[in-house]
Design a protein around this ligand. Structure first.
Ligand code: NAD
Length: 255
């Protein structure tokens, strides 16, 4: 039975991913603030290290899968949280669990990005450079100073997508597949909070995909379950949008 770690497993997309992988016979070790096998606040560096240590204790024979789904949106109480949870927690878990994954069977890791990542691609945004540079404290300060949560969110997702792409050559050589799924709007508590926010609600409600609706968590989870399975054995370093056609509509010539 493959063992897979899923962060953010207690709600929304992460909960659906947990279910889809369990349906495929995975044993899940969920990580979330609560309602999970390991409870941890991934915004805190020492908590990430505790998670990594505990997983090394629990999974001495290796880990077969890792899905980094935990995230916060534009309504997070502190923009610093957005960069810490969406980017730096993923950096730490990929780095800290690579050795366990290398011992797994058909190992695969996956990061939940966002179609929002493309909004800052190619734009001069110092925060993006700081995220890629790896200075968490500086990034938290910059995120607060920027005072534009949607740009901070987009930068966090862009940085984490670039991270996965940049790691993929080395991870491929180590035998571990690593992919990114970039959802568009998906009906979850995070999306609901964004729609209701007095600052961003209108823009979020009007950002409608060509398919004319938001997705549901199960539509993301089925893709993740496929990518984490041996059926996807040659898919590596990919960024796959599951967004009802949003990316194709906004960037038809970029692929
Ligand atoms: P959600 O709020 O339903 O679930 C997020 C989960 O992450 C929650 O269980 C939450 O407790 C957990 N989490 C948040 N901060 C944490 C922390 N510090 N430590 C540990 N766990 C923490 O949201 P969702 O929409 O299911 O989001 C899941 C992922 O999908 C996120 O990375 C989000 O950015 C991404 N995403 C969502 C949408 C969307 O429209 N819903 C679109 C694109 C990308």
């Amino acid at each position: 039975m493959p063992t897979t770690v899923v962060t953010g497993c207690a709600s929304g997309i992460g909960r659906a991913i947990r279910q889809a992988l369990e349906d495929q016979g995975h044993r899940i070790i969920g990580i979330d603030l609560e309602g999970s096998e390991i409870q941890a606040d991934l915004s805190q560096p020492h908590e990430r290290q505790r998670v990594i240590d505990e997983l090394h204790d629990r999974c001495k024979d290796g880990l077969d899968g890792l899905v980094c789904c935990a995230g916060v949106g534009v309504t997070a109480p502190d923009p610093g949280l957005i960069v810490s949870v969406n980017h730096f927690a993923v950096v730490a878990l990929l780095d800290g669990l690579q050795d366990l994954l290398a011992k797994g069977k058909h190992p695969a890791a996956l990061v939940i990005g966002s179609v929002a990542a493309t909004h800052v691609l190619g734009k001069p945004l110092p925060l993006l450079d700081t995220l890629v540079g790896g200075d968490e404290e500086a990034a938290r300060v910059q995120a607060r100073e920027l005072d534009q949560p949607s740009a901070v969110y987009a930068a966090s997702k862009c940085a984490v997508t670039r991270l996965a792409r940049r790691l993929s050559p080395a991870w491929g050589k180590a035998g571990i597949r690593l992919n990114v799924v970039a959802p568009g709007a998906v009906e979850t508590p995070l999306h609901q909070a964004s729609k209701e926010d007095p600052r961003f609600g209108k823009a979020v409600r009007e950002f409608v995909a060509p398919m004319g609706r938001a997705g549901i968590p199960e539509e993301i989870a089925s893709l993740v379950a496929f990518l984490q399975s041996p059926l996807a054995s040659f898919i590596h370093g990919a960024v796959i949008h599951a967004d009802g056609g949003m990316d194709a509509m906004t960037r038809p010539d970029a692929f």
